[in-house]
Design a protein around this ligand. Structure first.
Ligand SMILES: NC(=O)c1ccc[n+]([C@@H]2O[C@H](COP(=O)([O-])OP(=O)(O)OC[C@H]3O[C@@H](n4cnc5c(N)ncnc54)[C@H](O)[C@@H]3O)[C@@H](O)[C@H]2O)c1
Length: 373
């Protein structure tokens, strides 16, 4: 493949930095634009930053800086975002500013250089689906809304078929599922995705939105108590504290290793089959929150039981696992790393970090806004 000039916003972050390494490794010229947000990067610029990538420290909302960052660029990966579901429910301006206005500023610069930009790939998120897809007793695929507060108040966690009263069975969530974001963060991710696809289609700039499921792996920020459950549980365990599990721990997610996310991003660059589309990136395999906590505790050699609080967080969903048919068909994507293989690598990283556990403070914040019930 020809050597390209590639801009990666958020390239100092967990996923972005792995993408930087992969692209540099393929001989591309990579430029990073990242604000090094203190909540994510407690120690400042991360040591893992690839020395062969050019680094511009700054905000995606800064139009003048974007002009500089996008100079001579052929491909844009937009990974920068404020990432935190619970926090987005009270720091709303912060999320809308970075995620919506940041994307808007980036797109205005992309439009000006539309003749030069040959691909725009944006990090979207499974959070935009809300609840995943289910099957009813007749085997039909249904898309329930989130569970009503009255049901959750009775601590009945599974989704119920309104017709028969029996539990619905979770099934793979495809891109056809109507979007139902249940947090401000998720709304901003939907906006980021749609802004890029709409602008891409209008100007003929091939745009792809990759809907990442629950990503884990080395470099995941442990200092940020608002993000991924693997990092949150690991930092609790390292501090010899019980991970706090909401509901009963039976909720399932699709945990996808960061190298598989990178794989999908590289494929989206190489093929035009996914242009102007949104594509799920996961493994297609459900794992319960309790299971993943056990795997992490075992891996760290800790005999710690989770604290299952039986409470729920506003907007939380029960099950969401990717249907990856579209990624397989259009991108030729195939997840390569199982959770069993990926967790030891995550834990090697976790053990080398100073995990200052800020989870209790983050949960107290949610409680003060009555977002935990
Ligand atoms: N980690 C996941 O499980 C997951 C799942 C779905 C989608 N995503 C999306 O993937 C992308 C990367 O997430 P991540 O997990 O690597 O998070 P991260 O927090 O590690 O990385 C995000 C990076 O963006 C930077 N950033 C934030 N606001 C910025 C701004 N205004 N200007 C410039 N840089 C800014 C941060 O400093 C950070 O380095 C995000 O868009 C996120 O929404 C992540």
């Amino acid at each position: 493949m020809t050597k390209l000039n590639i801009l990666i916003t958020g390239g100092a972050g967990f996923i972005g930095s792995h993408l930087v390494d992969a692209l540099v490794g393929r001989g591309h010229r990579v430029r990073i634009l990242d604000a090094v947000v203190p909540q994510v990067h407690a120690a400042g610029e991360p040591q893992y930053l690839n020395p062969e990538a050019e680094f511009i420290r700054g905000d995606v909302c800064d139009a003048a800086l974007i002009e500089k960052a996008i100079e001579g660029v052929d491909v844009v990966y937009h990974e920068a975002a404020e990432v935190g579901v619970g926090q987005s429910m009270y720091e709303i301006q912060r999320y809308v500013r970075a995620n919506n206005l940041g994307t808007a500023a980036l797109l205005e610069a992309v439009i000006k250089r539309r003749a030069q930009i040959r691909k725009l790939i944006v990090a979207s998120s499974m959070s935009i689906y809300g609840e995943g897809a289910y099957r009813n007793a007749d085997g039909e695929v249904v898309y329930p809304a989130i569970r009503p507060a009255s049901q959750l108040a009775e601590r009945r966690w599974e989704l119920i078929c309104p017709r028969t009263g029996s539990a619905l069975t979770p099934t793979g969530t495809s891109e056809e599922k109507p979007l139902f974001p249940t947090s401000v963060y998720a709304v901003t991710k939907q906006d980021q995705e749609q802004f890029c696809l709409v602008v891409g289609r209008a100007y003929g700039i091939p745009a792809v939105a990759l809907r990442y499921f629950n990503v884990y792996g080395p470099r995941q920020a442990l200092s940020n108590p608002y993000t991924g459950v693997c990092a949150i549980f690991s930092s609790r365990l390292l501090n010899d504290q019980s991970p706090v599990i909401f509901e009963d721990g039976g909720q399932t997610r699709d945990f996808v290793h960061v190298s598989d996310i990178v794989q999908a991003n590289l494929l989206a660059l190489e093929t035009d089959r996914a242009d102007y589309q949104a594509v799920n990136v996961g493994t297609g395999k459900p794992t319960s929150v309790k299971q993943v906590m056990r795997m992490l505790a075992e891996g760290l050699g800790k005999q710690i039981e989770p604290e299952i609080v039986g409470k729920y967080r506003e907007g939380d969903i029960r099950h969401c696992v990717a249907d990856i048919t579209r990624a397989r068909t259009l991108l030729g994507y195939e997840p390569k790393v199982s959770l069993e293989q990926g967790i030891p690598e995550l834990l090697e990283w976790v053990k080398r970090q100073e995990a200052s556990d800020k989870v209790a403070r983050a949960t107290a914040e949610l409680e003060s806004f009555r977002l935990v019930k």
